[in-house]
Design a protein around this ligand. Structure first.
Ligand code: OFO
Length: 166
């Protein structure tokens, strides 16, 4: 007997597809960056890819712990071409804002259904989204400052190469 409601189970399944679509998007962005000789951005985005896979699998494990059922939805085809690194990071930020809205929506559902355990999980994701939006905004403001300067963009790329983790 599952201990999560069908509506929350369904919402979490949809969120898994969104997290895995995020992973796919960042992998595509990483490949694009590598093709533009921006190894730092490629590295940063590759790490983001692994984070998104972890976000997806954390939901999968949680549904399992609550006796629910995991149904994997389709993964969106990612964008493969960008006008510039700035354009790419604008899309990262917009994407993360969309994910934040989706997390908040599920959080609200858990509140309305008084599912306190799921609320605790969603709180973790909500905090994670603050971090994700902040780091995308930070990179974006560095890129905007660099503008069209090739030297400036290379400096940002070197900064992105320092990202630890994975
Ligand atoms: Fe999973 O946080 Fe980005 O999408």
């Amino acid at each position: 007997m599952p201990t999560i409601s069908k509506s929350i189970n369904d919402a979490l399944n949809a969120q898994i597809a969104l997290e895995l679509s995020s992973a796919h998007l960042y992998l595509s962005m990483s490949a694009y960056s590598a093709s533009q000789n921006l190894p730092g951005a490629a590295h940063w985005l590759r790490l983001q890819w692994t984070e998104e896979l972890a976000h997806g699998t954390k939901f999968i494990d949680y549904i399992g712990e609550r006796g629910g059922s995991v149904t994997l939805g389709a993964i969106d085809e990612p964008v493969a071409e960008f006008d510039s690194l700035t354009d790419l990071f604008e899309q990262v930020l917009q994407h993360e804002q969309k994910v934040t809205a989706a997390i908040n929506e599920i959080y609200g559902l858990c509140v309305s259904e008084k599912d306190y355990v799921s609320q605790a999980l969603l709180q973790w994701y909500a905090n994670e989204q603050v971090e994700e939006e902040n780091s995308a905004s930070e990179v974006l403001s560095m890129l905007r400052r660099a503008g069209d300067s090739g030297a400036g963009i290379l400096m940002v790329d070197r900064h992105l190469a320092q990202r630890a983790g994975g």
